[in-house]
Design a protein around this ligand. Structure first.
Ligand SMILES: *Cc1c(COP(=O)(O)O)cnc(C)c1O
Ligand SMILES: [Zn+2]
Length: 396
């Protein structure tokens, strides 16, 4: 009946630190845990015991905001929305000789505003920042987060400041400028952008929404987990492959499944979660292979998957914990393999996916060959973005 956001109340309670347990007031502006020895990413918590029925979803719009009760925005007038979320599940159609006895699907995020799933996290963070009265938002970015911030800030009437590596394809810079953001090109990687923007944000009183140092981008990205459960009829696939940079989506999907189980909307089954990285920045893969619980800083330089050029995730501990808990794994893919996969999926499946998404197809084939993925298992790959923004770096 209701596509109208107004009638739904957020069940947000507070923010909790997953490392030291400190609670934070969600009515105030938060970044990371206030405990100086900790500084961990904060997790939003909700009143999940309220016996919410999944019938509330009936008739609601196909957007990430259909889960309003489980999202942090309190007053619906602060929601900045351009149709993000509820992206399609698309089966592998013509490459079935490669998938054998697996059912293999994409969740295709390329149709989101600004062409990537960053619209979910940034749309949520901008909406919540608007609710908290923020006038200027800054972020370091490998590309897609900058475009999404620039667009959502333009729509919200908030100033956007974006720091991006100079080596990022031109389209990512042009879109930021077109949306009216202030863009600084930095000679270095996203960590260098982060260091510089830290200094400048402090001086200029910009609110920073750098990956996992602000609590609500995670809440936007977790909606992928809700959608996956709903689209698979409240079952979950056996394996989910995720292209891991900062890891927000991986952590978000995992958080969503926990929340849905607490609500009684799904059971205790979980997918095995697979973190796929570029060979250029594979700190999580290296840590996983040696059984470690933190990742080292790894930067091997340029990769066509700019979203994966993250030398060290801020939430490396959380990512590794969930990989172990889910009996998942971590695997890296080279640029040549991603390029070949972009071409194969375009030519045979009719989808021009981002190199980050293409990395998953290559990872799937490796995990199937090694029998880590078994016949009969259902596999979901998250294509996080559109390939159209990357053409400058794809050899045809
Ligand atoms: C940002 C980005 C990623 C990495 O996302 P995280 O959740 O930070 O790991 C993957 N793919 C694309 C296309 C991206 O823009
Ligand atoms: Zn803490």
């Amino acid at each position: 009946m209701t596509g109208n956001f107004n009638q739904h109340r957020s069940l947000l309670v507070n923010l909790k630190c997953p490392e030291c347990g400190t609670l934070h007031d969600a009515g105030k502006l938060n970044t990371v845990c206030i405990n100086d020895d900790c500084r961990s990413t904060l997790f939003a918590q909700y009143h999940l015991s309220e016996g919410l029925s999944k019938d509330i979803l009936q008739g609601r719009k196909a957007s990430m905001w259909r889960y309003r009760e489980l999202l942090p925005v309190t007053d619906a007038k602060n929601i900045v929305s351009m149709g993000e979320g509820f992206t399609p599940i698309i089966p592998i159609e013509n490459l079935k000789h490669e998938t054998g006895e697996n059912e293999v699907f994409w969740k295709d995020e390329s149709g989101n505003p600004t062409g990537s799933f960053k619209a979910r996290g940034i749309g949520m963070a901008v909406s919540k920042a608007k609710e908290l009265g923020i006038k200027a938002i800054a972020t370091p970015t490998a590309g897609n987060a900058g475009g999404a911030l620039a667009a959502y800030a333009a729509r919200a009437g908030i100033k956007a400041i974006v720091y991006m590596p100079r080596l990022t394809p031109k389209v990512f810079k042009d879109e930021c400028r077109l949306y009216g953001a202030e863009l600084l090109e930095v000679d270095g990687n996203i960590s260098d952008c982060g260091k510089l923007i830290n200094e400048h944000a402090l001086l200029n009183h910009w609110f920073q929404i750098s990956t996992l140092k602000e609590p609500y981008r995670l809440e936007g990205k977790k909606t992928m987990g809700y959608e996956i459960a709903e689209q698979f009829n409240w079952q979950v696939p056996d394996v989910i492959l995720y292209p891991t940079g900062g890891g927000t989506g991986l952590i978000g999907i995992w958080k969503a499944f926990d929340e849905l189980e607490q609500l009684g909307w799904i059971g205790s089954k979980r997918p095995r979660m697979v973190a796929v990285q570029s060979e250029s920045c594979n700190g999580i893969v290296k840590a996983f292979e040696t059984g470690l619980h933190t990742a080292a800083f790894v930067d091997g330089g340029f990769t066509i998957a700019n979203g994966l050029r993250v030398p060290k995730s801020y939430a490396d501990k959380v990512i590794l914990r969930l990989l172990y808990a889910s009996h998942g794994c971590a695997i890296s893919v080279s640029d040549a393999e991603m390029n070949a996969a972009v071409k194969q999926i375009a030519k045979h499946e009719g989808m021009l996916i981002a190199p980050e998404g293409a990395a998953l197809w290559q990872a799937y084939k490796k995990l199937k060959a090694s029998q880590w993925i078994k016949p009969g298992e259902q596999v979901l790959m998250i294509n996080t973005g559109s390939g159209y923004k990357y053409l400058e770096n794809i050899s045809i």
